[in-house]
Design a protein around this ligand. Structure first.
Ligand SMILES: C[S@@+](CC[C@H](N)C(=O)[O-])C[C@H]1O[C@@H](n2cnc3c(N)ncnc32)[C@H](O)[C@@H]1O
Length: 391
């Protein structure tokens, strides 16, 4: 990461580095990366991408997209997401070269026009927990606004069930007939009361803003979202696939999802757009802004202006009986305004680098100042596979 890709050599090095760093997690993808790194006709494809998008995963996603499009392809045996069986152990170089030869124009077209984009649906676990907590004391309708929402898959936490596992046992919360069951481990038994996880207020809006939103109703957008996942991480892929079909299958002609308020995706910049989005919030509502691994992509100075915009909007909303909260699942370094307890010396890297799940309350009632008050609720895996205490 961070090295400029401006020549065939630097493109080859980028694939080789990815193979080295991810070998233990995605061994088959690492093999494919090595084949690409060793063949100029393959790694030079990356040079078709705009300068800021020259990440090897873009080419890998383009190839994955075409394999998803042609499930009978010569490359399918190395893609469990398409074959449904473990990846072939044989050498992928011949099939990869012949596949790229056949689909060269389609691959280059994707590399030129797409960007690597994910939407990690298990992060809905974070929103179920925090919405459950805040609706224990405030049952005003929830007007959700997600920053960097991608395809909007995390704005329907109420549609999916969630299985919470702790040393005290497991329980599942959410709709009994949910097609998607999300998972989280709670090894220190922090949230063992199912009631904490129940969203106790209606959701009145689900507005997502993204500079490059993906439309779940569009087959090529939905396929691209799947193509950006690792083919060897089958659980993530299947959860994403189910989440996409839950939204697509249950969308009525009025756009409502399972009879609930629809996703409303907007194209725009979160920093300049947040003030207007908050001004749409009705009276007596709780505007809840969500950000998971989205604020990480904007510079620190812009995050400061975002907070200023939210603070001023919160004062305007307060006058009509509404309140604003910001819920974040982001890297600790992103959330300068959230106090996070120091960890003991020698804490494991996965805890030190864990994402911080936090609630920042902008309501001016009580304190009267409109100054935000932040609470770090947990340290979490970036995809919400587990959560732990902050200190
Ligand atoms: C890593 S993805 C995370 C998506 C989603 N929040 C999730 O957790 O799955 C980051 C998203 O932020 C969007 N993004 C980055 N900067 C943005 C900005 N300034 N305004 C709006 N969207 C932005 C990207 O287009 C991308 O969809």
């Amino acid at each position: 990461m961070g090295t400029r890709v401006d020549s065939v050599e630097s493109a080859a090095n980028a694939f080789a580095r990815l193979a080295d760093s991810e070998e233990s997690v995605i061994p088959t993808y690492a093999r494919i990366c090595r084949v690409i790194a060793g063949d100029e006709s393959l790694h030079s494809i990356l040079l078709n991408a705009p300068m800021g998008q020259r990440l090897p995963v873009l080419v890998l996603a383009a190839i994955h997209d075409i394999v998803l499009r042609y499930p009978e392809s010569v490359l399918t045996p190395w893609y469990p997401t398409v074959s449904g069986v473990p990846p072939s152990e044989s050498d992928p170089s011949g099939p990869l070269k012949s596949f790229v030869d056949t689909h060269y124009d389609e691959i280059v077209g994707l590399v030129r026009h797409r960007r690597v984009q994910t939407n990690e649906v298990n992060r809905s676990v974070a929103w179920r927990l925090l919405l459950g907590r805040i609706t224990s004391e405030d049952t005003r309708p929830l007007h959700l606004i997600e920053l960097g929402a991608s395809a909007g898959l995390n704005m329907t936490p109420d549609l999916h069930a969630c299985r919470v596992t702790s040393p005290q046992g497991s329980f599942t919360v959410g709709p009994d007939d949910a097609r998607l069951v999300l998972h989280v481990d709670d090894p220190e038994s922090m949230f063992t009361d199912p009631e904490t996880w129940r969203i106790k207020a209606p959701i009145s809006a689900r507005v997502g803003i993204d500079e490059n939103p993906l439309d779940l109703a569009d087959d090529s957008d939905a396929r691209w979202l799947k193509a950006c996942t690792w083919p060897e991480q089958d659980d993530r892929f299947r959860a994403l696939e189910t989440a996409i079909s839950v939204i697509r299958d249950s969308r009525g002609s009025d756009g409502r999802v399972d009879g609930r308020v629809p996703l409303d995706m907007r194209t725009g910049d979160m920093i300049s757009g947040i003030g207007d989005l908050l001004d749409e919030v009705g009276a007596d509502s709780h505007a809840v802004i969500l950000s998971s691994w989205a604020l990480a992509y904007v510079p620190r100075s812009e995050r400061t202006s975002l907070l200023d915009s939210i603070r001023s909007a919160a004062l305007r909303l307060g006058e009509r009986g509404s309140r604003v909260s910001l819920l974040t699942l982001e890297a600790p370094t992103t959330l300068a305004w959230v106090p996070v307890p120091e960890l003991p010396e020698g804490s494991p890297a996965e805890i030190v680098n864990a994402s911080i799940l936090a609630h920042t309350d902008f309501s001016s009632d009580g304190a009267g100042s409109g100054e935000p008050r932040s609470v770090a609720v947990a340290r979490c895996h970036a995809h919400m596979w587990w959560l732990r205490p902050t200190g």
